[in-house]
Design a binder for this molecule. Sequence first.
Ligand code: NAD
Length: 491
Amino acid sequence: MTLSATLAGSAPRKVFNIVDGKQTEAADGRVIDAIGPSDGAVIAYMPRSGASDIDKAVAAARKAFEEGPWSRMTATERGRLLVKIGEAILAHHDELSLLESIDTGKPARQGKADITATARYFEFYGTAADKVHGETIPFLNGYTVAVVRDPHGVTGHIVPWNYPAQIFGRSVAASLACGNTCVVKPAEDACLSLLRISELALEVGFPPGVLNILSGLGEEAGAALSSHRGIDFVSFTGSPEVGTLIQTAAAKNHIGCTLELGGKSPQIVFADADFDAAVPTLVNAIVQNGGQTCSAGSRMLVERAAYDELVSRVADRFRTVRVGTWDMDLDCGPMINAGQKSRVEGFVARARAEGVPVIAEGQLAPNLPPGGFYVAPTLFGPVPRSNALAQDEVFGPVLSAIPFDDEADAVRLANGTDFGLVAGVWSRDAKRSMRVARAMRCGQVFVNGYGAGGGIELPFGGVKKSGHGREKGFEALYEFSASKTVVINHG
Ligand code: NAD
């Protein structure tokens, strides 16, 4: 019986790790409840993996890397298998979308979009696998120098709960395309779609040990994986605090890591912008996925001359935002868990207590299940520049409006947090848009648009507290491989 068939029925059922090509439980049989955030009900039991489970998975991944058949395949053959996972994801689109939405609470159409994007990661990196070219370097007479790219070996992947399938796809597909083998620790709050995709990987012919996935708690399975001496690289997406732990563990083992740690991304709106285009995008960029998006546009910086007009139009739209269960399929679902709900409510309560004006609120649908983790989307403004709402990542549907005086002030304000992930610039003045885009200290800038999700082809990552390294696009292939310089003396 498939997972989603179970979820649609009455009793929660056990789900399993995939280690060395087999479904396994935690060695000591312990489980964690998988909670559906729409109503707080237990929907499945997942293994609470420990250090010994991680040991087995890393050993299996090492064997698969060293002994083949993975390492003996051509890049084209590896790529074909990745494309087959993409196809299998699309063939199981309804089932996986359902899992993703029930497990995270995200509205049904967002779950569907996420699964489509996950398939795209496997297609993109599958077809890119045999295009990871090296280069030659002119050197001394009688020499040919080739720079080739080697896989790292075994890569560890620690995945968050906000876009479980997508973030799994983006890091695992890129790593596998380079010829690595993988051990994945998804988030304890949402991992059902990933476990199902890993089953599909076995069905399409992935050799045992190439893709291992183990659920568990961060401080147990996550810490055991990130500090394991048997892994050669770590990819992490999550909070800055845990990112520091991951980087410290990687440093102790002298291995590389990519860290994607969230942001406080600004959208800069000049008075000459096309407000009709900007307003829906400004709102969507903070309510999508309940604001639980690393690239959420959580700061709306508005040229003072247009502040009142733009903010009032955003407020009108904000008041129409509706929050409900995943299957109501409204604008926003619940927060992922009780802790995240109280974290967001804490930010809102503190800002209110400090006198930051509330401009507008979204609406909770009537009769929501009492066990769900719902918060009302809130638009604050003008938010003082040093306030927590202007500086800290809320990771919820809370938008801060802040006025600026001129272009230089906008750039200073946009760059004036500890984060640097994504920025948006809205203006009809092409030269100014380009100047401001180039002045942003972050990894991605959108001009007259804002793509919070998707963008499989576009390199993505941060600076400062938003992390380092790049996921997505071809750049990820360079993260998941290392150059080797071969110097041939034929003189
Ligand atoms: P987190 O960083 O604690 O969890 C992310 C992943 O890291 C999960 O798989 C978790 O199990 C794992 N993890 C936790 N502790 C670990 C440890 N000691 N060693 C190894 N792995 C560990 O994030 P969270 O608690 O789920 O959320 C807290 C905050 O993180 C959010 O409020 C938000 O600000 C931020 N966040 C950011 C992103 C993002 O996409 N950038 C995603 C999720 C959370």
